[in-house]
Design a protein around this ligand. Sequence first.
Ligand code: PLP
Length: 395
Amino acid sequence: MIYLDNNATTAMDPRVATLLAEQWAGGPANASSQHQFGRRARGRLEASLDRIGRCLGSDLTRVDAARLIVTSGGTEANNLAINGLASSAEGAAKSAILVSAIEHPSVLAAAAVLQQQGRLVLQIDVNADGVVSLDHLQHLLAETKRLGQPTGLVSIMSANNETGVIQPISAAAEVCRHHGALLHVDATQSIGKTPVNLQQWNAAAVTFTPHKYHGPAGVGFLWLAPGIAVQPMFSGGEQQLDTRPGTEPVPLVVAAAEATAIAVEEQAAVATKLTRLRDHLESELQRRHPALIVHGHSAPRIGSTTCVSLPGRNRQTMLMALDLVGVACSSGSACSSGSSPPSHVLIAMGAEKSAIDSALRFGVSKFSTDEEIVRAIELISRKMRPSGGFAHVEN
Ligand code: PLP
């Protein structure tokens, strides 16, 4: 089986897996307990959080420093950011929320719930390459002010999970700062693929989760800039200064720190490898299928990801046919498998229906090999031919 669905999740690095197994076997670890077990767990938890912060350019040890909130993953961190920042923003009840049209469903759906509750929620357009329009952001910030509901919160991801297109975060942060709006960045797809400095983005909050970079699933983080507070979503415990009550999963956080350190240390070399493999896959498929569309190809992209369409083919049929011959990919929509609605990202980019209906996403990782890519090209290419065994060809 050739695994090319690394945007959905990645295989755990053996070094992280070993450490995690040791941690699980290391006895009880409730960081809130007052006895020695608890105090040791607290020490490991705090050291690991500090390590993650340090790796990502944010010193958490200073007084009034930034904070890292431990969550169950990217989805929860995004929900906490959207709900929590939207309710703590200045003039919260009346302030508008702007989300880019290509955000992960966990951002879009959280914003939609607030919209149903009466908040003004607007989407920021992207161009045909999937890059968020700063002009449209400026326009919406001015427009919401004019409507008497100035924007309190803006959410823009650093790299898109379907196309890999990198977004102009620092420039967006500058625009938001100018208009007094908080910026949340979903950086779930960036760590390990591009250099990430949490401090330098000048955002109020940043989401990430280590299962996207060879760490464990079931844990994620919301980084909060100094002085930024979020309204908690849960009640019933005092952990994490009430921000996210519930027992912290100490082993997962220790493993997450190891995964983050490895991802950051190897980032430059890994990015070079990913880009080489991805470009080979992409260019060879294009050479064999000149009608192939590569979404976002003119924009800067993370090296791991390609989203391609061959109009006339059906993405679901192709995905299943590839699975049968041993290539795991995704059909260009949400990272969740099982259901596969048409991609809201490609729709926002103005892609033709035939391109949306045939979009497949391939994501390589540091564990992908040249041999796998050569074999994958052969198999994908065969399945892309009209005679490649597709029973179902959509108009
Ligand atoms: N944000 C982005 C950009 C993603 O790609 C994902 C992937 O699923 C998530 C958020 C959600 O993360 P999780 O699966 O850890 O909840």
